[in-house]
Design a protein around this ligand. Structure first.
Ligand code: SF4
Length: 354
């Protein structure tokens, strides 16, 4: 199985919490050309068909419909794609126009992931997002009107001043749309970001209450909690993200993009110019040894509803210690919802026994 990720590092303005590599500067045409070169060379180095393709960012829409179509065309001429390949683009509400959606549909995009984050205007302002709640709802409606049926939205919790009632309203309104997938991330206060430097983290108990609310609401809407931060209607799990957690091969192209390819990990530097100057080959090869592979399998597998084979558990670790937070199925150790919340400490405990 092979996946391809294309990073579009442009955003009109930085959100107040964002530490990703993205920004307003850079020549869109020159970047598209560099990315097309990288795609062609990656395609020449691979014979396997793509199972998934993901255009993320940043804000991919800022490349413009024409450049996005050029990228997709280059992918199609450089790789073969599986018949039902999952092809996702990330969108933000303010740039989701009917014309762009039409162009994406014609170019073969079959899954949209939209960054809504909240439907409370005060929270959106705190986050420094460019859209209002009304714009987010209108954009979501436009996506369905354009004929997309596999639609994911991102929300955030643990926001300054966020209340359970407000979060519940955001979730209920979003779940009233026929979305197939929901990603929910707790706000991380990253040092060096305006929000990270100014805000205080929500009390642990309050944040846990929001998490429980999230789990209840998504379950009531028929969604499965298939990864710590991800919920999907059965059959609509993100195949692209599952590839990361299952440790199947993926190639990531663009500044700051990571790859896991043929037994090694790679990462392009966070530098648009150096990527444009030499878009291929992948950089900073780090071969993964047996012990490291095993550690990765534990850390990534326990994030998901697939868990890890019992054979991966170290001898000194007794899974019964976590009987309230896990279950055993088909010779696998799997965290339940309570376990997902404590995943970091359970994983540390397992790794300390290695
Ligand atoms: S839109 Fe996304 S990538 Fe861009 S600044 Fe905001 S959070 Fe960061």
């Amino acid at each position: 199985m092979l996946s391809l990720y294309l990073h579009i590092p442009f955003c009109k303005r930085k959100c107040a919490y964002c530490a990703f590599y993205s920004g307003p500067d850079g020549d869109r045409e020159q970047y598209t050309e560099a990315l097309c070169r990288a795609i062609r060379q990656a395609g020449a180095a691979e014979s396997r068909p793509l199972s998934t393709l993901f255009l993320g960012g940043g804000t991919p829409a800022l490349l413009g419909a024409e450049n996005l179509q050029k990228l997709l065309k280059t992918v199609h001429t450089s790789f073969s794609l599986e018949k039902n390949a999952e092809i996702t683009v990330e969108l933000n509400p303010e740039s989701t126009t009917p014309a762009l959606l039409q162009a994406l549909k014609e170019a073969g995009i079959n899954r949209i992931s939209m960054g809504v984050q909240s439907l409370k205007d005060r929270e959106l302002q705190t986050l420094g997002r460019l859209h209002s709640s009304a714009e987010a709802l209108a954009a979501l409606q436009r996506i369905f009107d354009a004929g997309f049926t596999n639609v994911s939205v991102d929300v955030m919790f643990g926001l300054p001043g966020q209340t359970p009632a407000g979060f519940e309203q955001t979730l209920e309104r979003l779940l009233s749309f026929p979305i197939t997938h929901l990603s929910a991330y707790a706000l991380q206060l990253e040092e060096g970001t305006p929000l990270g430097d100014a805000a205080e983290a929500m009390e642990e108990e309050q944040e846990e209450a929001l998490w429980q609310l999230l789990c209840r609401k998504t379950a009531a809407a028929g969604m499965e909690h298939y990864e710590i931060s991800n919920f999907a209607r059965p059959g609509f799990e993100s195949r692209h993200n599952l590839a990361y957690w299952r440790r199947t091969d993926y190639i990531g192209l663009g500044p700051a993009a990571h790859s896991f390819w043929k037994g090694a990990r790679y990462a392009y530097p966070e530098d648009l110019e150096s990527f444009c100057a030499a878009p291929w080959p992948l950089r900073d090869s780090q071969p993964i040894g047996e012990a490291e592979a095993r550690e990765e399998q534990i850390m990534l597998g326990l994030r998901t509803f697939e868990g890890i084979p019992l054979s991966l558990l170290p001898k000194g670790f007794d899974p019964r210690r976590y009987r309230d937070f896990s279950y055993l199925k088909n010779e696998h150790f799997i965290l339940n919802e309570r376990g997902f919340y404590l995943a970091n400490s359970i994983i540390s405990d397992i790794l300390s026994k290695e």
